[in-house]
Design a protein around this ligand. Structure first.
Ligand code: AHG
Ligand code: MN
Ligand code: MN
Length: 312
């Protein structure tokens, strides 16, 4: 072309998936359908009255109205994509089969940190994408992409699809536009984010790890929403987030399939590490939908150090 039109100043999510991630058309379309769902969720968060739905999820946890609504919005967009064979959501006991011949399966936590919504803290949605129709029996390292959306003062989408981790901002006309690409996580941490802190009294290793962070005067950054807390690590390029076991939650609070798995994929793509204290999260087999796993994630040296302290 002689005088090609000037491209927009900031790449859209679609353009980035196409030119940087070099994602297949099918994967690109699936991620765009998920991004579309996130726009409806952020609208629902702004306009729906906060409060309990009067029902419980598979873990016996009270569902917020917004948990249920977000779950429905995502399911509708996955169905509309015609690209999803099976999905597993935090809000259902069983996996759902849509179309056996479709290319991908999706795991998701529709709204993470939803109990914080009435306090107007940041909350998020988490997604992992697998090839094929099975999820159970596989490992998080088999994901072809993972992404999360953080609904805070600004709505941010972060995705990885095999070529780095990239961050987008939802603009006023409803487009996700590139903010930063190839996010990186350094080896040492200045910030710590200790989840399930109630466990320190029953878990002497965790007590020691926390004492060590206090001693070394690391800075606490903990909101109670893992999407916001791990986003902080990806954004600042350093930090450690933990959620390990005690008596109430022997394996910690977080679910392997839709919380630990997608974040392990993204953090490792950015140069960080994700462990359960002993082995890599990416190598753990997902046996059941309700499987929990301890999580130690972030800057590699700090994760290594914390795992050693936790092991006693
Ligand atoms: P969800 O809202 O999907 O149930 O998940 C909340 C999770 C996670 O986001 C957070 O890190 C953890 O629960 C908080 O647990 P503690 O407050 O016990 O540390
Ligand atoms: Mn969650
Ligand atoms: Mn949730």
């Amino acid at each position: 072309m002689k005088n090609p039109p000037t491209p927009p100043q900031r790449a859209s999510l679609n353009e980035h998936l196409y030119s940087q991630a070099k994602a297949s058309d099918e994967l690109r379309h699936l991620i765009l359908h998920i991004a579309q769902a996130a726009k409806y969720i952020q609208y629902a968060i702004r306009t729906t009255e906060a409060g309990l739905a009067g029902s419980k999820n598979q873990f016996g946890e009270e569902q917020e109205k917004l948990d249920v609504l977000s779950d429905v919005i995502i399911q509708q967009h996955l169905m509309e994509s015609r690209l999803v064979a099976t999905f597993i959501t935090e809000e259902r006991k069983e996996s759902v089969e849509l179309s056996a011949s479709a290319p991908f399966s999706v795991v998701f936590d529709p709204l993470d940190g939803s109990s914080l919504v009435d306090a107007n803290f940041s909350i998020g949605s988490i997604f992992g994408i697998y090839p094929g129709s099975a999820i159970l029996g596989r490992k998080p390292k088999e994901q072809v992409a993972a992404l999360y959306v953080l609904y805070g003062p600004r709505t941010i989408l972060v995705y990885g699809a095999g070529n780095g981790v990239h961050m987008f901002l939802l603009n006023d006309v409803g487009e996700f536009v590139l903010l930063r690409e190839y996010l990186g996580i350094g080896d040492s941490a200045k910030n710590y984010s200790p989840g399930n802190l109630r466990a320190v009294n029953e878990n002497p290793g965790y007590k020691k790890a926390v004492a060590d962070w206090l001693d070394r005067e690391l800075t606490l950054r903990y909101s109670g929403c893992m999407v916001a807390d791990i986003h902080h690590i990806l954004c600042k390029g350093q930090g450690i987030f933990t959620n390990v076991g005690g008596s109430k939650y022997p394996e910690g609070k977080l679910r392997l399939i839709f919380e630990c798995g997608p974040f392990a994929y993204l953090v490792e793509q950015a140069g960080g590490v994700a462990s359960d204290g002993k082995s890599a999260i990416l190598d753990k087999t997902m046996d059941t939908i309700d499987q929990r796993s301890p999580l130690v994630i972030g800057s590699s040296e700090e994760v290594e150090n914390a795992c050693a302290v936790l092991a006693g």
